[in-house]
Design a protein around this ligand. Structure first.
Ligand SMILES: Nc1ncnc2c1ncn2[C@@H]1O[C@H](COP(=O)(O)OP(=O)(O)OP(=O)(O)O)[C@@H](O)[C@H]1O
Ligand SMILES: [Mg+2]
Length: 365
């Protein structure tokens, strides 16, 4: 059982701020993702939760207890490293039992626990093998076994699959998620792979430049991105950004985008100036008529869908449409956007202007 609250946590290394005031809550039993580009502060955040770094300010609360200044040994949190450090001269059984033996647990009990963990991970048949000759996947399982056997309150995993090749990585990701679903232990998982975060996570924190940009379910983050950074980072191809200068007020219904009237979601407050229309590729329809037009620059066939790249008055736009939709190179077609699926952003702040539709969404703070 572990609920973890991170409240206004900040980390400085000398003059450098690695994590700015960050807040989010990890509920008991969640598979929780910390997602963001390299250097944004993911590992530092994870290390602060585990106690391997102390925050400069702010609080970390584990099951109601403030632990931010406590050493790792008093937190009961297991850390699974990317470069899983196993003891190469020991066999699998010894590697897994090591944390229990060093706690002074009686031998019979250690044996029982190791057998149980080996069964959960499906590695009973390799218990007596030295870890030196194992495949990457088996080593990863042994490293997990060593973390699980302690029965900690929560697991911290820093890009645990980063060293594996793509196909095997996907397999291990499924295995990890299934393992989590069986054990139900709170898990915090760092990744820079948005697809991995979307597929595996119950909740996601998106970080950028030491700041939490958004916190919510994969669906919140995909459907109602709080910032242009999140909108761009999540989804492939990324959201299209169509800039314009104008005024949108509650009830205005539409804006002029390069001379064409475009439907907009109803906003809570008026906005004016440099605004951006954000539209996901799958929310664009191509038509023969339509006032907002673009020339087909390229098409990319993906089986059931195709990605059509268009040259529009706002620059290149990518649309994901059915693969049988005619779109010949050089042809000029109309683009239609559904106002329900468009996000409006203020270009200067990069923040989403909230519509009535998505105002209930989590984490736009
Ligand atoms: N001990 C340290 N001393 C000084 N700077 C540090 C220290 N640890 C991390 N940093 C800096 O803090 C920033 C955030 O680092 P962090 O390792 O948390 O990023 P990350 O999001 O995990 O990146 P990556 O995806 O590359 O692992 C980086 O600029 C890093 O160089
Ligand atoms: Mg890192």
């Amino acid at each position: 059982m572990a609920e973890i609250i991170v409240r206004n946590v900040r980390k400085e290394f000398g003059d450098f701020v690695a994590v700015k005031e960050s807040s989010f809550t990890i509920e008991d039993g969640e598979f929780f993702m910390l997602l963001g580009p390299s250097g944004c502060g993911k590992t530092t955040t994870l290390r602060m939760i585990a106690g391997l770094e102390l925050p400069t300010s702010g609080e970390i609360i584990l099951d109601g207890e403030e632990i931010s200044q406590k050493p790792p040994s008093e937190r009961d949190i297991a850390f699974v490293f990317q470069m899983f450090a196993l003891y190469p001269h020991m066999n699998v059984r010894k590697n897994i039992s090591y944390p229990l033996v060093s706690q002074g647990m009686p031998r019979a009990q250690v044996k029982e626990k190791v057998a149980e963990v080996a069964r959960i991970l499906g590695i009973e048949d390799i218990l007596n093998r030295p870890v030196g000759g194992l495949s990457g996947g088996d080593r990863q399982r042994v490293a997990l076994g060593r973390a699980i056997v302690r029965e900690p309150k929560a697991f911290m995993m820093d890009e645990p699959l980063g060293a594996l090749d793509a196909e095997f990585r996907e397999h291990m990701a499924e295995e990890l998620r299934a393992l989590h679903d069986r054990m139900g232990a709170t898990t915090v998982y760092v990744t820079h792979d948005q697809l991995e975060a979307m597929q595996m996570g119950d909740k996601i924190v998106v970080m950028n430049n030491a700041v939490v940009e958004q916190f919510g379910t994969p669906q919140d983050i995909y459907d109602a991105p709080a910032t242009m950074f999140v909108a761009d980072f999540i989804g492939s191809p990324s959201m299209n950004f169509l800039g314009f200068n104008g005024t949108v007020s509650p009830g205005s219904g539409s804006v002029a985008l390069n001379g064409c009237e475009m439907g907009v979601p109803e906003l809570r407050e008026a906005a004016q100036g440099d605004l951006v229309f954000g539209v996901r590729p799958e929310h664009i329809r191509l038509s023969t008529d339509g006032a907002y037009r673009g020339e087909v620059l390229a098409t990319e066939y993906l089986g059931t869908t195709q990605i059509v790249t268009l040259d529009t008055p706002n620059g290149e736009v990518k649309a994901r449409v059915a693969s049988d939709q005619p779109a010949a190179m050089g042809e000029t077609v109309g683009l239609e956007f559904n106002e329900q699926t468009v996000t409006l952003f203020d270009e200067t702040s990069g923040r989403a202007l909230r519509s009535k539709l998505n105002e209930g969404v989590l984490g736009h703070g």
